[in-house]
Design a protein around this ligand. Structure first.
Ligand SMILES: [Zn+2]
Ligand SMILES: [Zn+2]
Length: 342
């Protein structure tokens, strides 16, 4: 089969290798669609992401769907259409037993260097995965749309952790793919015209199209805009989806007293100066989110009921041979979500 291996920064090689062989409890998936994620881009540009540094070449790609072509597990049959939840928990530890399996003490992750040996991902014709991470998809849900279930899960988890209630005023920092999906899910949770901040025109246009009130922080003062939109009170909830250290201060400033802040973005691995006293005097709830837990069934339902504007989110599709082009449009910001179809 063909697979795209990451060898180092800007060094992605499409190689012909042996098909993976599933063992007991695993299935072989013929990959039909795989999204290019922000973390894939980090690996591609810098050869690493956050604290994860690859120790050997491996195949990237973790937002994917496909058809089961070989099954060593009981629950799934040949020909089943599935989407894959790329985190592989142990299902036994303290966190797994409490349903918070995203925090599993021995979590593995498909298509990343988070664990060693690294588990090959889905920028390939085939990928083998354990049956526990498979989710069947309905016939009316296309493979490309289904591949959105993974990033959509992040948005669902963030909005759940934020406990958004109908009519609440929301501020989203960052209008990248995760920020925009969060904008959509926040509205499904009852938020009306959330404020959403970025400085890239194309992203702000998408934000407006998806029902947000865009704010360009290069030419507008975010705090002033929040004051104007909330009668001076501040927003009920800030969802931080940019990963920019400065955004933490913006969140602490723009949230109302008694409000909530949810940090979605991967902040740099260092101390970040912020006026934490605001958490005390405003009596804030500040939460982080680590990927997602128990979200895929909901994500699949939202996608198949067309509550997510998938056709507008998927702006580009490519063959596996064109994978470098897929990364190019994801990096230069032309694409909201680029999908590769191996
Ligand atoms: Zn992802
Ligand atoms: Zn566990």
């Amino acid at each position: 089969m063909k697979g795209a291996f990451l060898y180092g920064p800007m060094d992605l090689r499409l190689l012909e290798v042996e098909k993976p062989v599933p063992v007991e409890g695993e299935v072989l998936v013929r990959v039909k669609a795989v999204g290019v994620c922000g973390s894939d881009i980090h690996y591609y540009l810098k050869g690493r992401t956050a604290v994860f540094v690859p120790k050997h070449p491996f195949i990237l790609g973790h937002e994917f769907s496909g058809i089961i072509e070989e099954s060593r597990g009981n629950k799934f049959r040949l020909g089943d259409r599935v989407v894959i939840e790329p985190q592989i928990p142990c299902f036994k530890c303290y966190y797994c037993r409490r349903g918070r399996y995203n925090l599993c003490s021995s979590l593995k992750f498909i298509g990343t260097a988070a664990t060693y040996p690294h588990i090959n991902g889905a920028f390939a014709e085939y990928c083998k995965v354990p049956v526990e991470v498979l989710h069947k998809i309905p016939d009316d849900l296309g493979f490309e749309e289904a591949a959105l279930a993974e990033p959509l899960s992040v948005a669902i988890h963030a909005c759940r952790r934020a406990s958004i209630r109908p009519g609440e005023k929301i501020l989203i920092l960052g209008a990248g793919p995760i920020g925009l999906l969060t904008l959509i899910v926040a509205q499904l949770s009852g938020a009306v015209e959330p404020l959403i901040v970025d400085n890239v025109k194309r992203r702000l246009d998408w934000a407006k199209e998806f029902g947000g009130h865009p704010i360009n922080f290069d030419i507008q003062d975010v705090f002033e805009q929040v004051v104007e939109a909330t009668g001076g009170e501040g927003v009920d909830v800030v969802l931080e989806a940019s990963g920019a250290p400065k955004a933490v201060s913006t969140a602490l400033k723009c949230v109302r007293k008694g409000g909530r802040i949810v940090l979605i973005g991967n902040l740099p691995d260092e101390d970040i100066p912020s006026r934490l006293l605001n958490i005390v005097i405003k009596e804030l709830d500040v939460k982080g989110i680590m990927r997602y837990t128990n979200t895929f069934d909901v994500a699949i339902k939202l996608l198949s009921k067309k509550l997510i504007p998938s056709s507008k989110i998927i702006t580009h599709t490519f063959s596996l041979e064109e994978i470098h082009k897929a990364f190019e449009v994801a990096i230069n910001g032309e694409a909201l979500k680029a999908i590769v179809k191996p």
